[in-house]
Design a binder for this molecule. Structure first.
Ligand SMILES: [Zn+2]
Length: 262
């Protein structure tokens, strides 16, 4: 499931390939991913315009196409963006293709179709309506401390709650907690400033490192949980078998030896 680092990677690819080109049409192969707009309307509203800039907040990507006109993309479970050069054929599961004047295109690929494409007028209004918390990479330590301190419940549930902190999903939440050596069910309320500082640093490190590696799982450090999680997985720190449990509503992987509940 695309989380903050994946969406940031799509954003950077989009910025490098798809800005400032005239949009000649939008091909909607599957309208299921469209929200509050038909395929015909989407094409009509964007035709002749250009993508001018983009903005990411949490797992949402917004692409500006004019005054009060933003394309909103959410990648659901399996969504991604792919730039198509002149003769490239997009993946079979291409749902929407934005065609540009030079015959290139931008594909919204989404095998499982939980993604969302929408046109909105006002970005801030959207963020407010959805009640999204601050972006996980734009948050400072004092705000992070405040969020964790003001909420009961386990730390993993807090990291996953998009209304509190936007952008972190199941895989990276587990990775952050592993790096900070905290059990996913640890109560946020009992954490010291020092613990929270360690967690804050781990959050930045994990998200930034994943972005720097373009979220290529084959290139992630072997010391990361992500490359070991799963049945028969061993803790890369101590070598003991990893455990899994449903925590914060999701399947969590962790090491009971390295990650203490305190
Ligand atoms: Zn361990």
């Amino acid at each position: 499931m695309p989380e903050l680092p994946e969406v940031e990677t799509y954003k950077r690819d989009l910025d490098a390939t798809s800005l400032h080109q005239e949009i000649t049409g939008v091909e909607v192969r599957d309208a299921y991913v469209l929200q509050n707009i038909s395929g015909r309307q989407l094409s009509r509203r964007l035709e002749g315009r250009r993508f001018e800039s983009s903005y990411r907040h949490g797992k949402h990507l917004f692409v500006r196409a004019g005054d009060e006109l933003w394309l909103r993309l959410h990648f659901g479970m399996t969504g991604s963006l792919e730039y198509l050069n002149r003769d490239d054929i997009g993946p079979k599961t291409s749902r929407v293709i934005f065609h540009f004047a030079n015959n290139s295109g931008l594909v919204f690929d989404d095998q499982r179709k939980f993604g969302e494409i929408e046109l909105i007028k006002d970005l801030d209004e959207f963020l407010q309506k959805r009640g999204l918390g601050p972006d996980a990479l734009k948050i400072n330590f004092s705000l992070f401390k405040q969020i964790a301190g003001n909420h009961r419940g386990g730390m993993k549930a807090i990291l996953l709650n998009q209304q509190l902190i936007a952008g972190i999903g199941n895989l990276y939440a587990d990775e952050i907690l592993f790096r900070a050596r905290m059990h996913p069910a640890i109560a946020a309320a009992g954490l010291s400033d020092e613990d929270l500082a360690r967690l804050f640093r781990a959050t930045h490190y994990v998200l930034e490192k994943a972005i720097a590696l373009k979220t290529d799982f084959n290139r992630l450090p072997k010391s990361w949980l992500l490359t070991h999680r799963g049945k028969r997985g061993k803790c890369p720190r101590c070598g003991r078998a990893l455990k899994s449990a449903t925590i914060g509503g999701r399947t969590s992987w962790f090491c009971t030896h390295c990650q203490k509940r305190i």
